[in-house]
Design a protein around this ligand. Structure first.
Ligand SMILES: Nc1ncnc2c1ncn2[C@@H]1O[C@H](COP(=O)(O)OP(=O)(O)OP(=O)(O)O)[C@@H](O)[C@H]1O
Ligand SMILES: Cc1ncc(C[n+]2csc(CCOP(=O)(O)O)c2C)c(N)n1
Ligand SMILES: [Mg+2]
Length: 319
């Protein structure tokens, strides 16, 4: 059948989404029955993540770019728990104008990501609808998942990566002037790199973790609330790359409130600092200590070095 015509739904699913190379021993039945069948014995962590065209990626994104902007943020939630990716499901709502070629290209890139992260496509759903909408449910295994609620008073607060790059790229991406911003920013937007392997090895070493998706300010608040502690964070300690630092206050705003980082925020006793630095070094992950955990009831206190300040920015919110 020509790739320009829309194949029969089941033919398309068969061609694009079956027989992928990445499998999982504990998925006894994958695509093809009414449900997938998981026969594992280790605890599973599960997260559902929806991406909507125009909201999570631009309408003009290529199928490959859409695959990246959908899969990598979703998998970031597994890193947040210190889990090892196991399998995912894919719910696709496709507008009429998306032809077979689009789906084939999307599936090809998704398959590469599935292999890279060892996360099996084990089921899904394909429908037609007005707006391109993609929902992934990602599942990972972890004997002792990292929780938001585990922070202890006295812990150091850490983040991975370089904050604010994707947010800083967004205006240029949306105005189709990507070449005006550093390559690292474009990459951060189109291909976020959640530190999966590093996160898996934090289990048993750190006390709490989450990923930063809406922006550090808001996400740190979630962790503080869940742990019933305060976080004292220093604006001047945040990991900003050189071009972002050069933007001054705007750069800091991207790093604090921009979102789309898909990096980790975690807390750990100061006695494990060397272990964390060694792990980060082995896994080639940038880590930065940005503050400390204090007794409190769930707020984030921002400091400009010693000086307590009011943060003028809010993290990303859909509503
Ligand atoms: N519609 C919903 N029904 C049930 N639970 C929900 C719903 N939306 C969100 N939640 C739950 O609320 C909590 C926070 O959700 P949220 O989507 O903000 O997670 P997140 O990891 O902070 O962000 P991200 O969407 O970027 O992964 C999660 O435990 C999630 O399961
Ligand atoms: C085209 C486009 N791309 C990106 C953004 C920024 N953005 C969208 S959702 C989100 C937070 C995480 O989402 P969720 O909480 O739904 O997982 C952020 C920072 C935008 N406004 N427009
Ligand atoms: Mg998350």
């Amino acid at each position: 059948m020509s790739h320009n015509s829309i194949m029969h739904e089941f033919d398309l699913i068969k061609q694009c989404f079956t027989n992928w190379p990445q499998q999982h021993n504990d998925v006894a039945v994958g695509i093809g029955d009414d449900c997938l069948l998981w026969m594992g014995t280790t605890p599973l962590v599960v997260s559902a993540d929806t991406a909507v065209s125009g909201r999570h990626f631009p309408e003009f994104a290529s199928p490959e770019q859409v695959a990246q902007r959908v899969f990598l943020p979703a998998i970031s939630d597994l890193a947040a728990m210190g889990a090892k990716p196991a399998f995912f499901t894919l719910a696709l709502t496709l507008p009429k104008r998306f032809n077979d070629d689009w789906v084939i290209a999307f599936a090809k890139r998704l398959q590469q990501l599935s292999v890279q992260t060892q996360c099996m496509l084990a089921g899904g759903d394909t429908t037609q609808g007005e707006q391109l909408t993609i929902t992934l449910s990602v599942h990972g295994t972890c004997a002792h998942p990292l929780l938001r609620s585990g922070a202890n008073v006295g812990d150091d607060v850490w983040v991975t990566g370089w904050l604010g790059q994707a947010a800083a790229a967004l205006p240029a991406v949306l105005s189709r002037q990507e070449n005006t911003v550093p390559n690292a920013w474009r990459q951060a937007y189109w291909q976020p790199q959640p530190p999966l392997k590093f996160a898996e090895q934090l289990v048993g070493i750190v006390h709490s973790a989450m990923d930063i998706s809406d922006g550090l300010a808001g996400d740190a608040q979630h962790l503080a609330k869940a742990s019933q502690v305060d976080l004292a964070l220093n604006l001047n300690s945040l990991p900003l790359d050189e071009p972002l630092r050069a933007l001054g206050e705007e750069g800091v705003r991207h790093a604090v409130a921009g979102g789309d980082d898909y990096q980790l925020l975690f807390t750990a006793d100061s006695s494990v600092q060397r272990e964390i630095l060694a792990l980060a070094n082995t896994e080639n992950v940038n880590v930065t200590k940005i503050g400390s955990v204090q007794a409190g009831s769930g707020s984030v206190k921002w400091y400009d070095n010693q000086q307590l300040i009011d943060l003028p920015w809010q993290s990303f919110q859909h509503f």
